[in-house]
Structure formats: structure tokens, C-alpha cells
Write a protein that binds this ligand. Sequence first.
Ligand code: PMV
Length: 416
Amino acid sequence: MSCCFAHLQTIHRLDDLVQPSMNSENKEKFDFSTVGAPVSEPHPVSEPHPLKEIPALEGSVAWEAPSNIALIKYWGKYGQQMPANPSISFSLKACVSQTKVHFKPQAGGGVQFSLSGQQNLGFQTRIEKFLNSVELRYPWLKEYALDIESTNSFPHSSGIASSASGFAALALCVEHIDQYVRLTAEQGRAAHHPEPTAYRADPRFLNRASHLARLGSGSACRSVYGGWVQWGMHPATPESRNEYAIAHQSAIHPVFTDYRDTILLIHKGVKQTGSTAGHKLMEGNPYADARYRQANERIPRLLSILASGDLTEFGLLVESEALTLHALMMASEPSFMLMMPNTLAAIREIQAFRKQNGVPVHYTLDAGANLHLLYPAQHETEVMSLINNSLMHYCENQAYICDSVGTGPRPINPFL
Ligand code: PMV
């Protein structure tokens, strides 16, 4: 059986679930410059952001956020989820999480979490820990009970990490509630709430959500934007920061704006070593400094490729990044290996196909055995025939996911 999950409707419509429980007749235009954090920087998530009085509010917010795939990889961190080197990714279109948060007054707070309609205590504990760690920044977390419902468009245990999309969607919900609570507290009455769609275009709102998402899972901070995204400071991008990611809105060649990513699900099982342990092992890796230098040198190189549309250069760079990531794993002590025999066999076929047909199809890997096939939209027919004729056989249950560069998160309809 082959399947292209992108065509399956696995997401439950959260719109049906969300009930506005505060009055919502007030959708007037809103001046974002009066909201929350200072104009230039998001309010640091690690610092207190007190509220004089926490209003007793009840309501729901819901956001969809994409997964992302890094082309220049983040591998190695320090401090509170700070990246040891800058990374560049694009956000996916089909692989998304949808998360709804219902909040209501409850002294001491409390979190309930369900994934695809089933309570999930493992994730609940992780989310509780994450939210406890940011209580100073979001003091209302101690006064509200949160009921969090999440679904993923991609199958559970497919080897596609849901932590990036999941934490990004949750961070967007938390920021959204924060805006509402602070506005209400300032005005002394239920706030006139801005159209949530306007948040998508408010860089400060997104920066703050990115900042928060980073604390849940590093690469999640890139998932609060669409298109091409950078996380980590680099002089080539003066606005870049280690605390949060930024979107690259200009200087992207049209070929890269709807680039295809077909994900071959080579191995869906539990990984031998997770990314938290993997990042940690970089601390003793003898190649770490050289790697961090290399990643920094590669940022301007990728940015200039993204502007020029040079696909040959693109392929050379992204394939080397993928194998470097896995070489670092193999050079760790203890060493570990996440590629599987079928990963290598499929890579060989991709190389042979490219040589024979001149089609610019390249691969990248994240921290797992699955291969991401990257190619321009105009070559979809040839690449799909390569997949159906041969690559599919290297996939567990012959499964793959058809994806491409996406436009980023969106609020899911009704609100507070
Ligand atoms: O965000 P984490 O801790 O799951 O780490 C992600 C690491 C890679 O996927 C391998 C690379 C990246 O930049 O996304």
C-alpha cells in the first residue's frame, strides 16, 4: 500500500469545537503598538512581567502551526535552549499541529492535555514543566486551568517530530491569551480584542511566541513563521537573535517559494538517541568548534543561494549539511547512528537518478532515518515517478508524505 498522507484529512476541524465564551461583538481595528512588550524587543520570557490584577476570564483560543525542516542544522546548545550555531529552515505546509487551549479561573492553575482526543500523560507532564518554567512571564498561568487539545496532520509515530509544530502552536495560544488578559487588566473590562488574523502580521507577537516556543523545543521557535526562517545570531542578518527566530521575507528566489519536500518514511520506530541527548553529546565532541564555525560560514552561503536560485550550489550545501549532522552523531562519545540501511540505499538511488536525468532533486535528513526529498515544483512529475517506481520500496509500509514550503501558522477561527 502506498500513501501520500498530505491528501488525507486527518485534522479534526477545531472550529467546531471552539465556543466563544466571552462576548466577541467587539472586533474593532486595534493599535498593536499599545500591546504588551516594548516596541524593539519582545519581553524576555525568562524575566517577570507582572500583572497588578489577574481578571477572572474564561475562553478558548486555537492555532495551527507547521513543522519545519532545517537546511543548515542546529545541533548543539547551551544555557536555556540557546543554539550553539545559527540555523535556517523552511516551514512545511502539510505537516501541521492544531492546538486549542480553553482557559478558566482556577486557583493554582492546572493543565490537562489530550492528543487526537486521548489524554496523554507523558506530553502533559512535559507541557506542565514547560509552563511552570515561564510562570513569571505569564503570571495568569497560576490562576487559570488550561485544557489543551492537540491534533497532528501527520500520523503519530511516523518519525516526523511533532514537537516543533506542537510547541509552536501552544506558544501562539499562550501569547494570544496573554494579550487578552493584559488588555483586559489594563482596561478594567473585557478587552476589545484585535482580529486574531492580525497577529500573523505582527512581528512582535510572533517574536514573543517564537521566544516561548524555543523553551519548549529549540527548533519549534522557527515554526511560528512561514517560508524561510533563521534562528541564531549571524552578522549577515543583523536582526537575527539567539532568543527567537526571524522570517526571511525578501530576497528569496521564486523557485524556493514553493519548493517541494517529499518525506520518505524509512523508519517510524523510536530513535536510539533523542535530540536532547544528541545536543548534549556535542559538548564533548572533538569536532564541535569546527562544526560551529562551518555552520556560521554556511549561513551567508545559503542566503545567497536562496536569492540566486542556484540549484546545484543548493544541493551541494544541503546534502553536506545532512551528512555532517549524522557524521557528528557518529563522532560523539558514545557514538550513535540514526540512518538505517534503507536511508543509504535510497540516497544512492537519488544520486543515480540525478546523474542520469539531470533533475535537481536533493535530500536532507533531520535527527532520524527519514529522507526529505527537496526539488522544484516544476519537477514534481519526474520525482514522483522516481518515488513510485523505486524509492517507495525503502519506506516502512511504502509510506511517504507530500509536502512543500508553507505560509506559516494561522489562528483557527473563533475566539475569546
Ligand atoms: O529542536 P530539537 O531539540 O528537536 O533539535 C532539532 C535538531 C535537528 O532537527 C536535527 C536540526 C534542526 O535544526 O532542526
